[in-house]
Design a protein around this ligand. Structure first.
Ligand SMILES: Nc1ncnc2c1ncn2[C@@H]1O[C@H](COP(=O)(O)OP(=O)(O)OP(=O)(O)O)[C@@H](O)[C@H]1O
Ligand SMILES: [Mg+2]
Length: 316
């Protein structure tokens, strides 16, 4: 049983004024699963729909179409029960925005313990002290206000807040992007250590492939609301080959200078930018197909190659 399953999720937003409203398809039919104890990374450039998918996954918003299943039970964002809410926690990019500036570190961590009734009041302080130690914040500093901490320290406190809920899955939405490179490595190591200690499951959203390589067990690449490539083990990292992924990994810099346009989206979502796109790509959307065990790709170039090699196999 997967811990979480996203089935054909679509998220449509209506933006602009009443008269000039525009439909934005932030997520265009994504299916993914997360197994207990693993870290699934979602990568892609700004606007590709990563955070939207993350919000759907933890029930912060309902999908317009499709379903999200947590332990085989459908999530209903508007009426989630307390137990599920507790099991799904988040850590965001900007810890200053994610915390109340009037709160002390102790109050930040106390909130979920209080809200989810996780311990009798007499045990709160001991529980908070334990969490502070786990995330590397000296217990003596627990009385400081959130704005008195550095970004790295406050991110540790936000991680402690997520842990305080005794979660099963943590959505990490760009958890390191607002931190100094030197601090990034420390928080990355902390996240790795906690994942083992608490057997946590992570959904990691990032545009930094080095971070992803270090923390993730599996990887899905998103472009314009769709998954264009997926690997089930980081051992296949060097085999990533979608034209968009090779651009992200720096293996390829060739892009077509054309502007993205809505009309071009009837075929492959990446066709307008892809240097290798043909007319077929512009008019026919490729399905996500397996090209080797644990490696799926939505690109006609590879699906065709796979088709012809399997045909050869058939003929022999
Ligand atoms: N609440 C909303 N209302 C309208 N449009 C939205 C809303 N949330 C997201 N979008 C649009 O959906 C698309 C995907 O946004 P999303 O924030 O999921 O991307 P992202 O991959 O997380 O980007 P970034 O890397 O910049 O965080 C964007 O075009 C965005 O403008
Ligand atoms: Mg985002």
């Amino acid at each position: 049983m997967s811990l979480l399953r996203i089935e054909n999720a679509v998220k449509r937003y209506q933006s602009g004024s009443h008269l000039h409203s525009k439909t934005v398809l932030a997520v265009r039919g994504v299916s993914l699963h997360l197994e207990q104890g693993e870290c699934l990374a979602i990568v892609g450039e700004s606007g590709s729909g990563k955070s939207t998918l993350g919000r759907l996954a933890v029930g912060l918003e309902p999908p317009t179409e499709g379903r999200i299943l947590f332990k085989e039970k459908e999530l209903h964002a508007k009426r989630m029960d307390r137990g599920v809410r507790q099991a799904l926690q988040m850590v965001y990019q900007n810890s200053f925005e994610a915390t109340n500036p009037r709160f002390t570190a102790r109050q930040v961590i106390e909130e979920p313990i209080w809200y989810f009734h996780l311990a009798p009041k007499s045990d709160w302080n001991a529980r908070i002290d334990e969490l502070l130690v786990r995330v590397g914040i000296p217990v003596e500093e627990a009385g400081k206000k959130t704005y008195e901490f550095s970004g790295g320290q406050l991110q540790r406190i936000c991680i402690a807040r997520a842990l305080a809920a005794s979660p099963e899955l943590i959505l990490l939405d760009e958890p390191l992007s607002s931190l100094d490179v030197s601090v990034q490595a420390q928080i990355l190591n902390l996240l790795k250590k906690l994942k083992e200690e608490y057997s946590l499951t992570y959904m990691l959203i990032s545009h930094d492939l080095e971070i992803v390589y270090n923390l993730a067990d599996r990887l899905a690449v998103m472009y314009y609301g769709k998954v264009v490539e997926e690997i089930d083990t980081m051992d296949l990292f060097d085999a990533l080959c979608h034209p968009y992924t090779t651009l992200l990994t720096g293996k390829d810099f060739a892009v077509n200078g054309q502007q993205d346009s809505e009309e071009s989206r009837e075929g492959c979502v990446y066709a307008a930018r892809c240097a290798k796109a043909t007319d077929y790509c512009r008019h026919t959307a490729p399905a996500l197909v397996e090209i080797e065990p644990g490696h799926r790709i939505a690109c006609h170039m590879f699906a065709q190659a796979e088709k012809s090699t399997s045909n050869e196999g058939d003929m022999s």
